[in-house]
Write a protein that binds this ligand. Structure first.
Ligand code: AMP
Length: 355
């Protein structure tokens, strides 16, 4: 167990790193944030900072030497970066788990290898492979880049009669997968943690509502059958165990209703704290951020007990301008990320209410 006073190295300086550093501070853990961007919000709240590029190996080595364990707030950490860091200090979650989630094809094959359902998919390495993939899955499908997609970026839904070569080019000509559209009734996620000793704890399954491909609201608990919730948490546990995972993990799921019965399909795994877990800051005994710090520092995991029915709303772009009214609202827990510039689609803060 790393004692209070130990330093956690965090790669990336966005709001997730900021909330990790704040949660660590409450436990007496210091954070050293590494990010290329000088205005990143986590730099405001950390004990030490390194502003350097992720391929600056000298800066990475010096950073790793100055911390006790390294973690990250985003999944697109270059493999080489993780390798350089791992030569100096433990990296948690481990770089193999990271690599699994960086590539949609590898991720889906991994999930299926555990006997867990995903959407039907076909690899599309080049434009020539797309018509064959469409012949197998049909037009009711989504083309996604294998790497570097988020918030609906790097994906395009195929349209009847649309030009396939154009669809492929829209995504920059990168290797893709074609995925069947899942006729889901709900989107849900499991936010859970696995400790250094293999201990596993999950929060209640929550329900996610997206607008323009960006998470808008999360409700905890999800309105799903109890038996479905148990299966969802079991899916997250099996994934975390198979990946020898340490830290907080989020598993995004589609809930499909078939003849009155709820089935679960894994959409995506996030190897980090997740936006759909922000409600835990005010709505659970241990927040996902504290839980992640506990896990990677080798501490016992905290209680995931919920305080009530909880709603989290993201403040996206100019929605953040409502902060004075939110600050006045009795019972609204306001979180602002301190970002300098408001841009459309940018996550500026969130507000939690116990219903
Ligand atoms: P992703 O970046 O893969 O998480 O996708 C972002 C959002 O697009 C998801 O949260 C869904 O709302 C939607 N989506 C992605 N893949 C599918 C799919 N195969 N079927 C239906 N909706 C999807």
């Amino acid at each position: 167990m790393l004692p209070p006073g130990a330093t956690i190295g965090i790669l990336g300086g966005g709001q997730l790193a900021r909330m990790l550093a704040l949660a660590g501070a409450r436990l007496g853990l210091k954070s050293h944030v590494f990010s290329p961007f000088p205005d990143d919000p986590a730099f405001d709240v950390c004990a030490a900072r390194t502003q350097a590029e992720f391929d600056d190996e000298a800066a990475l080595a010096a950073f790793a030497e100055s911390v006790d364990v390294v973690t990250y707030e985003f999944e697109n950490v270059p493999a080489r970066t993780a390798q350089v860091l791992e030569a100096h200090r433990p990296v948690r979650p481990n770089p193999r788990a990271l690599a699994l989630t960086q590539d949609r094809l590898v991720e889906k094959e991994f999930v299926q290898s555990l006997g867990i359902a995903t959407a039907d998919f076909v690899a599309v390495d080049n434009a020539g492979a797309l018509p064959r993939a469409v012949a197998r899955l049909g037009r009711n499908s989504i083309l996604k880049t294998r790497r570097l997609g988020y918030d609906g970026k790097g994906q395009t839904q195929l349209r009847d009669g649309g030009d396939l070569a154009v669809a492929f080019r829209t995504l920059g000509g990168a290797p893709c997968i074609l995925e069947s559209v899942v006729p889901f009734a709900k989107e849900a996620s499991v936010v859970a943690a696995r400790g250094l000793n293999g201990e596993f704890r999950a929060y209640d399954v929550c329900e996610n509502l997206h607008e323009h491909h960006i998470l808008a609201r999360t409700l905890a608990p999800a309105e799903i059958a109890e038996e479905t919730a148990i299966r969802a948490i079991d899916i997250a546990r099996r994934i975390a165990e198979a990946a020898h995972y340490v830290g907080v993990i989020a598993v995004e799921l589609f809930v499909v209703v078939d003849e009155g019965r709820e089935a679960l399909i894994v959409n995506e795994i996030a190897p980090r704290v997740h936006n759909s877990g922000h409600w835990t800051l005010d709505g659970a005994l241990t927040s996902q951020f504290e839980q992640h710090m506990r896990a990677i520092a080798g501490w016992p995991l905290g209680s995931t007990r919920r305080h009530g029915r909880v709603e989290m709303r993201n403040l996206i772009g100019v929605e953040v301008n409502a902060w004075p009214e939110l600050a006045r609202e009795d019972g609204a827990c306001v979180h602002l990320y301190g970002k300098k510039e408001t841009r459309p689609g940018r996550k500026m803060g969130h507000v939690t209410r116990i219903l």
